[in-house]
Design a protein around this ligand. Structure first.
Ligand SMILES: [Zn+2]
Length: 344
């Protein structure tokens, strides 16, 4: 089968690899209907050291179950399913707590150990726990939004949950990438009264406003902090969604949180330390977040997608086939595309 293999920073190839197949009796194999390129795929795209074997990329997909192992009970051949970016058994203490990204038997797709979904097919470990069967047939108009439930929409939602967004709150979203844009959707959905997006790309800002952002701050650093304070009677915001992962973004996030506020961080951190320790301490700012348990959020978000109340699929502004994936990485890295969808 054909798949996307990354060998080093900037080196993404479409290659023939061994077919995805059942290895453990708890596995399934899905034929990928849609996959996509994640903002977090851009970190290895910028930094990965050369690997002789490479890494089959992609951790977001929807697809149709093609085969199941002997011990798979709940998932059936032909099911149309969402593949969350982490696999999980669905039975351990953390899965029961709705934190499937910490499953004691779990792990992540698109790593050197488990092949990813920017491919024709993908092997799903722990299929019964991992996959979410949609119980509907693939509907072309819904594909893009359903795909976002595998990561980006669930991740934006997680940022909002960790930042304690509730009705009436003043919210800021740091970052205008696809996760930040989904964070705007999530904040609005949870009842935020004012939503300030911090970003500077015209097309993304327009979409953010369409999703419910009320104010735009395009400054950076101290100027951004000052501008947000001006918009909030000098106090800062209740909830900050940090959707970037860089030091300056976190510094800004803590700088704009009001005393007693919270920062929900979902940008994969690129440094070992969290900046802003002193202001966070003196302002009693809660800092939380991590990899989103998107498997737990699908149930919550899916009805709104099916009813058309939210349309997170609009973050995709480019669609490619497998041969177009290397160009897709380039476009996202050059900020020429917000998020790229793949139709294998
Ligand atoms: Zn588990």
């Amino acid at each position: 089968m054909r798949a996307t293999v990354m060998y080093s920073a900037g080196d993404v190839q479409i290659e023939n690899v061994p077919d995805a197949q059942i290895i453990e009796p708890t596995d399934a194999v899905i034929r990928v209907s849609r996959a996509c390129v994640c903002g977090s795929d851009l970190w290895p795209y910028q930094k990965m050291e050369r690997s002789e074997t490479g890494r089959v990329m992609g951790h977001e997909a929807i697809g149709v179950v093609e085969d199941v192992g002997a011990e798979v009970r709940r998932i059936k051949r032909g099911d149309f399913v969402i593949m969350p970016f982490a696999f999980s058994d669905g039975t351990c203490v953390f899965c029961h707590d709705g934190l499937q990204t910490s499953c004691i038997h779990g792990g992540f797709f698109g790593t050197t150990e488990v092949a990813g979904a920017q491919a024709e097919a993908v092997r799903i470990p722990l299929a019964d726990g991992t996959l979410f069967p949609l119980g509907i047939h693939a509907d072309e108009t819904l594909m893009a939004s359903l795909l976002t439930l595998s990561d980006v929409m669930g991740t934006g939602h997680h940022a909002a949950v960790m930042a304690n967004v509730t009705p009436g709150k003043i919210v800021a979203v740091v970052g205008d990438g696809a996760v930040g844009l989904c964070g705007v959707i999530a904040a609005k959905r949870l009842g935020a009264e004012q939503i300030i997006i911090l970003g500077r790309h015209t097309d993304r800002i327009a979409l953010a406003k369409n999703f419910g952002a009320t104010d735009v701050v395009s400054e950076r650093g101290d100027e951004a902090v000052e501008r947000v304070r001006e918009l909030t009677d000098g106090f800062g915001v209740h909830s900050v969604l940090e959707c970037v992962g860089l030091e300056q973004a976190m510094d800004t996030a803590i700088g704009i949180a009001r005393p007693g506020g919270a920062v929900g961080r979902v940008g994969v951190p690129q440094e070992q330390t969290i900046p802003g320790s002193e202001p966070a301490f003196y302002n009693n700012v809660t800092v939380g977040g991590g990899p989103a348990p998107v498997r737990a959020y699908i149930e919550d978000l899916l009805p709104d997608v099916l009813e058309g109340k939210i349309e997170p699929g609009r973050v995709f502004d480019r669609t490619v086939d497998l041969d177009g994936v290397p160009d897709g990485y380039r476009a996202m890295n050059d900020r020429k595309a917000i998020k790229v969808m793949v139709t294998p």
